[in-house]
Design a protein around this ligand. Structure first.
Ligand code: NI
Length: 258
């Protein structure tokens, strides 16, 4: 049976403080082979780095999320670079990007952090994990200028946006949102994205797919995301799981690490 690679999760989140070890250790018996934990701040990236050392199937990324950049002490870039030098299991810079949903993080500061981290990724020759919320035009402009390799995660945008992301050579990650009844736009975009550029992710503890909505999400629930994508793409769920597993290894350049 093919194993799931959850390409974007947040097991460092406090919602897992009570039973993190139990949840992570149960994943293997539930069909999950690998997970990537995405960093949102220096503090959380340090914690993720520790977790990758504790579990062989856990990999991580390190970066500052657009909402968290306002709280980040300087010089954050040096600390990030240090983390990458210390731990090869930190395989990507992220999540980084733009988020206009909340008004507590100034757009110009977000842009500065986004661009600085894109440049760091280029310097370190690492892929990036892009977060974009209500910022599509600005995000695409910056990606076109800096041309990183990597993935746009938690995608729920239009076919036209997906087309532009794919033209830049990037991968696209889908969460449980694609299983929601009212997610017609996501489903259309998932239909458009070719199998060899598709990733699946939980973004857990958030975004639990149908039929688990409202529950705390974990990587084993991705089997229902795979089932919905299989239906959309006219292939088996097994094929979705196997292909997205291999895609994640490719985009995160993990061939020599597993
Ligand atoms: Ni995330």
């Amino acid at each position: 049976m093919a194993l799931i690679f959850d390409s974007h999760s947040h097991y460092d989140n406090s919602q897992f403080d009570g039973d993190r070890d139990e949840v992570l250790c149960s994943l293997k018996s539930k069909g999950v082979g690998l997970v990537l934990l995405a960093g949102c701040s220096i503090e959380r990236s340090v914690f993720i780095s520790e977790l990758t050392k504790k579990y062989d199937f856990v990999f991580g990324s390190a970066g500052v999320h657009p909402i968290d950049c306002i709280d980040e002490p300087l010089p954050y870039l040096d600390r990030l670079e240090q983390l990458f030098k210390e731990n090869k299991k930190l395989v990507a810079v992220g999540e980084i990007g733009l988020d206009n949903h909340y008004d507590n993080s100034p757009p110009e500061l977000q842009k500065k952090f986004f661009i600085e981290q894109l440049e760091l990724a280029k310097k370190l020759d690492k892929p990036v994990i892009i977060h974009s919320r209500e910022a599509t035009a600005d995000m695409l402009d910056i990606l076109k200028e800096y041309k990183p390799k990597g993935v746009v995660h938690c995608f729920s945008g239009s076919v036209e946006t997906a087309r532009q992301i794919l033209d830049l050579g990037l991968y696209i990650g889908f969460t449980g949102v694609v299983t929601f009844k009212n997610a017609a736009k996501s489903k259309k975009s998932a239909e458009f994205v070719p199998l060899d550029r598709l990733l699946i992710e939980t973004d857990c503890p958030y975004m639990a797919p149908v039929p688990f909505r409202g529950e705390r999400c974990d990587s084993s629930m991705l089997s229902s995301v795979a089932e919905v994508l299989a239906e959309i793409k006219g292939v088996s769920a097994e094929e979705i799981i196997e292909t997205t597993y291999n895609n994640a290894i490719k985009v995160y350049e993990m061939e020599g690490l597993i």
